[in-house]
Design a protein around this ligand. Structure first.
Ligand SMILES: *[C@@H]1O[C@H](CO)[C@@H](O)[C@H](O)[C@H]1NC(C)=O
Ligand SMILES: *[C@@H]1O[C@H](CO)[C@@H](O)[C@H](O)[C@H]1NC(C)=O
Ligand SMILES: *[C@@H]1O[C@H](CO)[C@@H](O)[C@H](O)[C@H]1NC(C)=O
Length: 315
């Protein structure tokens, strides 16, 4: 009898303790905590021989994309990621050609951010996360990670685009121009910078000391705001990147790889279509461009809606 009472007492105490826990932490936190306890070992897909903390499950072999967009982002840019998912990064078929977008991120030391990112990854299946520190000067690692992901998990795509989360990309026009170009190997295109010199002004974001890079000129490269290449180039860059020393400016680094590979940069079309700055929005202007820079999430939605609404209009 005494023993039974004791058991009841302990059970009641446990139930109260649990309820108190729910009250103390708020419900959301309590839920997260429980889920963490239950599912944490399997929710991060870390494989010993892999560089990815998180990566999407894709079926490129069964359903090969025509174009994969790799978009560099950081944790804080969730709003931009959502806008991109709903606008130019929305997975779709363009004339029977599949276009899909994935986001590139580095590692977070903040458990809360990481939890949110795991949620995002589970919801959208479009997060590629490396295990390097997520800083501006690690953009090179981020880009190379994207290229490695393509080589390992989606080499069936025909083309790859690397771009940023503050861009507007007209994928419809890009696909049209890639088809017109009709070059599926050794293609590297974007906003060409054939004659750039290192910036020696110490206050610049792009400052490069003479010790870091002695020559007075960079090799030709394409602005990191958006460049496109055929998938064979991805494999070649991955190959050569092991012997090209790290350089913190990502677009210049890729230019160094291309120089070593003797791959020449090309214009995609006979007039400019990749703009490394912000083009004022007009229907006709945005129909015939591939990239515009410095576009906020709200503008991505506005531009997309405006373009959709005016499909019937002539230019
Ligand atoms: C880049 O990431 C590596 C690996 O996490 C880290 O050791 C390094 O400090 C980072 N570099 C910069 C410039 O942040
Ligand atoms: C594309 O290029 C191939 C050879 O490189 C050629 O045979 C084909 O006719 C071209 N197609 C178009 C539409 O120009
Ligand atoms: C990678 O590099 C090796 C040695 O330099 C070469 O033999 C191989 O063909 C290269 N692979 C590609 C895809 O370029």
């Amino acid at each position: 009898m005494m023993r039974q009472l004791k058991l009841i007492f302990v059970t009641v105490l446990l139930i109260f303790g649990f309820g108190f826990g729910v009250l103390l932490l708020n419900l959301q936190d309590f839920y997260t905590l429980c889920r963490k306890i239950i599912s944490s070992p399997t929710s991060i897909t870390v494989t010993a021989n892999e560089k990815f903390n998180l990566r999407p499950k894709v079926q490129c072999e069964r359903n090969p994309p025509f174009l994969v967009l790799l978009v560099t982002t950081t944790y804080k840019q969730k709003e931009a990621r959502n806008a991109i998912r709903q606008t130019w990064g929305k997975e779709r078929q363009i004339g029977g050609k599949l276009v899909s977008a994935y986001f590139l991120l580095g590692a977070s030391t903040n458990i809360r951010f990481q939890e949110e990112l795991i949620d995002e990854s589970n919801t959208y299946n479009d997060i590629i996360q490396g295990d390097f520190k997520d800083t501006y000067y690690n953009l090179t690692l981020k880009t190379i990670m994207g290229i490695e992901w393509i080589c390992a998990h989606c080499p069936q795509t025909k083309f790859v685009m690397k771009t940023d989360s503050d861009m507007f990309v007209n994928t419809l026009y890009l696909v049209e121009l890639l088809e017109k170009k009709n070059q599926t190997t050794n293609l590297f295109t974007g906003s060409l910078r054939p004659h750039d010199a290192p910036i020696r002004d110490i206050h610049s974001k792009w400052y490069i000391s003479k010790t870091e890079y002695p020559p007075a000129k960079y090799p030709p490269f394409c602005s990191g705001t958006g460049y496109v290449f055929s998938v064979d180039v991805a494999e070649k860059i991955q190959n050569v990147s092991t012997s090209v020393p790290f350089f913190k400016l990502e677009d210049v680094y890729v230019g160094m790889c291309l120089e070593k590979l003797k791959i020449n940069l090309q214009n995609l079309y006979n007039r400019p279509t990749f703009f490394p700055y912000k083009r004022p929005f007009t229907i006709c202007g945005y129909r015939k461009l591939v990239t515009s820079h410095g576009v906020r999430p709200l503008e991505m939605r506005l531009f997309t809606d405006a373009l959709r609404r005016s499909e019937a209009e002539q230019c």
